[in-house]
Design a protein around this ligand. Structure first.
Ligand code: NAI
Ligand code: MG
Length: 352
């Protein structure tokens, strides 16, 4: 019997619809070639849905998604019609929270033929950002609002469970890759949380003698991303530090059109979520010219997560054939092709 993976498709808003449709056709082609089935069920949850129903998803949305093997998401947000705070807190964040998707993994490297701001200098970084606590825990408050005595407090929360599990994921990833882990903190200035993070790193390092661990302060790491990216393999960082470093990583790899993201709960039993890093791009929405490569790459990460490593590698190799040939590229890559044409070129390369 054919292996079947059941995927919840959430195209969302703006270019989300274009890039998910195009990328899904690539994943279907890969499934056909490698002998498994992808069964997609599409949900129209978006800002349009919000305007019609008063919520970003139905009350039983999370329960509905729980039945799937993975979630494939385009982008959410249409700030001219629905405030971002509403759309983000109504769909994306509840999904990450409900399924405890504590790993946010983002690969940063140049696809063949692509030039970033560093030219063609090669690098291959896997950034692993903590996705559930730390600086974005949402613990805090404000008093004396609007007066000269106003006080705002926002507390970072680092738990042993939270720090240990994200670092462990990093060590495991380093073991599968080139055996190097860079742990990012600011333990010179933040003497409680970040010193704690360093201690947990050290304790885990004893369990992984085959992984070479280096500690960096986040400011020095930002500089290293630009000056020596080729020295980095797996980079593990807190929610805030990882958020900032991965935008830098996206820029280095040629821009948002390339940056892919996996929101993962490694324990399984719940759907993990795969998405491009970019948003709904209202400025180019509806024109059919969005770059689908970030979403295709996210799809490859999803296939790998589902145990289809061979198909995942083939999808990435096919993307690189297309970027290397440089004949069919969207405008952000310097070409004039459509979203669908780029996906079509990737499918053609998959068949070769
Ligand atoms: P954005 O990522 O949508 O766009 C930023 C710039 O990059 C725009 O000029 C856009 O045209 C370009 N761009 C983005 N993706 C592209 C692609 N695939 N191909 C070619 N060009 C691309 O960020 P922006 O404009 O700040 O946000 C728009 C909306 O998206 C907002 O509502 C925001 O909250 C939301 N958003 C949602 C995210 C998500 O669903 N995970 C992530 C980031 C933003
Ligand atoms: Mg960010």
């Amino acid at each position: 019997m054919t292996r079947t993976h059941r995927i919840a498709l959430l195209p969302g808003d703006g270019i989300g619809a274009d890039v998910v449709a195009a990328s899904w056709s690539v994943l279907q082609a890969a499934a056909g070639r490698f002998g498994f089935a992808l069964e997609g069920t599409e949900f129209p949850w978006s800002c349009d849905w919000y305007l019609a129903h008063g919520a970003m998803m139905p009350a039983d949305g999370i329960a509905t998604l729980a039945a799937f093997d993975a979630i494939y998401l385009g982008a959410v947000g249409w700030p001219a019609r629905v405030p971002d705070s509403v759309s983000l807190h109504g769909l994306l964040l509840p999904i990450r929270k409900a399924f405890d998707l504590y790993v946010n993994a983002r690969p940063h490297r140049l696809l063949a033929g692509v030039k970033g701001p560093l030219g063609d200098k090669a690098f291959d970084i896997l950034c692993i950002r903590e996705n559930t606590e730390g600086e974005y825990s949402g613990a805090g408050g404000r008093v004396h609002q609007g007066t000269p005595d106003e006080v705002a407090v926002e507390t970072s929360i680092f738990t042993r469970r939270g720090v240990e599990r994200i670092l462990r994921y990093g060590f495991e990833a380093a073991r599968r890759r080139r055996g190097r882990l860079a742990s990012v903190t600011k333990s010179n200035a933040q003497k409680y949380s970040m010193v704690f993070w360093d201690e947990v790193t050290e304790a885990l390092a004893a369990e992984y003698p085959d992984v070479a661990v280096t500690r960096f302060h986040v400011d020095a790491m930002a500089a290293r991303f630009v000056t020596h990216p080729e020295t980095l393999d797996v980079v593990v960082a807190s929610n805030l530090f990882g958020d900032i470093l991965t935008d830098l990583g996206a820029a280095l790899q040629g821009g948002l059109g390339f940056a892919a993201s996996a929101n993962v709960n490694p324990a399984g039993g719940v759907p993990s979520m795969f998405e491009p890093v970019h948003g709904s791009a209202p400025d180019i929405a509806g024109r059919g010219i969005a770059n689908p490569l970030a979403t295709i790459w996210a799809g490859a990460l999803m296939l790998e997560h589902l145990g289809e490593a061979e198909a995942a590698a083939a999808v990435i190799a096919a993307m690189e054939q297309v970027t290397a040939a440089a004949a069919v590229l969207t405008p952000d890559m310097g070409g004039n092709a459509t979203t669908a044409a780029v996906a079509g070129a990737v499918i053609a390369a998959l068949g070769r």
